[in-house]
Write a new protein. Structure first.
Length: 126
């Protein structure tokens, strides 16, 4: 069976394709929810995989350890691209982990609260 590799697409469950590509920025944005998993993962990405090496913009967008590229990276395929939209959520979630500032601002904004309710969200802090 021939393997298919995808470009910049929605991945994972329940219906998205999975070709083994990983997104370090997505792991980093989980920091407030699972710091005991995220912090060692980020350290591994930086120290062992060099996913920030020579990159002024933070992590590379994605990498795929199951798809080797000869002579380029011993860790498989690494995206040559940088997407600014990936960096914003990292900053926001680091701040939420540190101080919960962004979440507090959202809870205090009547427009956000009402919009979430109209969209059908309930429970939790709503």
């Amino acid at each position: 069976m021939r393997r298919r590799f995808y470009d910049y697409v929605a991945r994972g469950v329940p219906d998205g394709p999975d070709d083994g590509t990983l997104a370090p920025w997505a792991v980093a944005t989980s920091l407030p929810f699972a710091p005991e998993i995220v912090v060692p993962s980020i350290r591994y990405y930086r120290e062992k995989l060099d996913l920030c090496a020579g990159n002024a913009y933070g992590f590379k967008a994605t990498f795929n350890p199951t798809f080797p590229e000869r002579g380029r990276s011993k860790w498989g395929w690494v995206s040559p691209h940088h997407y600014g939209i990936n960096q914003g959520p990292i900053l926001i979630m680091i701040e939420n982990y540190r101080t919960q500032l962004v979440w507090r601002l959202m809870r205090a904004c009547p427009y956000v609260v009402e919009g979430l309710r109209r969209a059908g969200f309930s429970g939790g802090w709503l």
